[in-house]
Design a protein around this ligand. Sequence first.
Ligand code: SAH
Length: 509
Amino acid sequence: MSAGFVSLVGAGPGDPALITVGGAARIAEADVIIYDRLANPALLAQARPGAEMIYAGKLPDRHTLTQDEINAALVEHGLAGRRVVRLKGGDPFVFGRGGEEAEALIAAGVPFEVIPGVTSAIAAPAYAGVPVTHRALASSFAVITGHEDPAKEATSINWKGLATGVDTLIFLMGVGRLAEIVDRLVEHGRDADTPVAVIEWGTLPQQRAITATLGTVVRAVADTSIGSPAITVVGEVASLRERMRWFDNRPLFGKRVLVTRTRQQASGLSRALAAQGAEPVELPTIEIVRNADPAHAGRAIEGLRTSLYGWAVFTSANGVDEFMRHLCEAGRDARAFGRAQLAAIGPGTAGALRRHGLRADVVAERYVAEGLVDALSHRVMRGVHVLIPRAEGARDVLVDALEAQGAAVDVLPLYVSAVPGQVAPGALDRLRSGGVDIATFASSSSVRNLVQMLGGDASALRRTRIAAIGPVTAQAVRDAGFDVAVEAAEHTIEGLVAALVADAAAAKE
Ligand code: SAH
């Protein structure tokens, strides 16, 4: 059997975006992944199905696997011919014991590589607004273990050299021994007024950071109960945080926001939320299930081609995509619309049309059915055939209004917004256990479906602030028995995010 291969991969400091391209590729190819506590588990989602996951644990006081056991596991899987990823927080060679693992692999003759990672020593300060060097303030930095007992006689740390010879001192693993570290530095000549920053869970949505001085930091840490994992930065650069803060002061920072759109549509909202500092929690509550009657769809397409319809009216991006799929399967393309005019309920739907090379002649100004009714109210509809491809069971407001104007309306049901067959279990558990601050809804069916997914007990939703994209969705929330905390003024995804930002700003005042 051919020997396997071990990659010692740096997972980065926490934010899953901070893994390297090479590291992410190794995770995707791995047969076995042995990961640490400080390697973000979100990265494991990129592994291929069936890859074996081994948690190597490591809490400060409790080892799930000892270092010897980890070394032995790496060697064993390597010799068994597997592609092994050893995923370690930050960089594998910065206090990660990666060196010991490499030695074990060399001794056993297992080929290996090292994929460096972004170390927390630099990234946690960066996300707190502290550059470890700065032209005017610091031209050197040192990364130091705080784990070693600074009081022990034969310390391997050169306290005198560090205290007086290095501008920025970065301590890892040191919060538990902060008092001794401070004493040693001051005793060896560092000014007690030197600025200090302590950053807990750096680069993650739960990041907390404080600034103080050597003289006050022990007290400040005790007051805020900041604990492991944390980085302590000692030096003039720590004072820059007040001006350079950029991450933990974003409008939605620290907010865990439930995204209930379909798996396909979730990412746009998640990205917009993350850009404002929120942590998106994706829990798809809708799965588009196609259920069009093929004969009806065929007649509709024929009707378009023969200019039967004066209008085709779209009330959702999904409706556009599904109709275009039918068109495509019938061997047709956008030309089938011929002279029919196109109406869209809002910019999202108009955007979906545009992606298929179609321009909406009318876009409602208020992105609800009533808005579409207004937009079409001054058009001649008497005797005009109108095609409405849409979800089954949608509201009748639009149909009634068009019929009242004398139109012959043909509603073509294309899909239902069903409860997903497979539920994301992690996200549902998080919602149930209070791990969500805000729940967002972009449609009535997402509200109804989530309530159904929560089974008998929807009380978890009562602990969240509920945000609705518009009045119809808000009404669905109230019909389900919950309060609406935020309703977007503009009924788009951007409008929803803007409303959340405004809500958070108001709460801070
Ligand atoms: N190899 C890692 C360090 C491992 S030692 C790296 O390069 O980052 C573990 C210590 O790293 C923790 O005790 C803490 O001091 C620090 N650490 C790791 N991740 C951190 C984070 N997200 N925020 C603050 N400190 C972190």
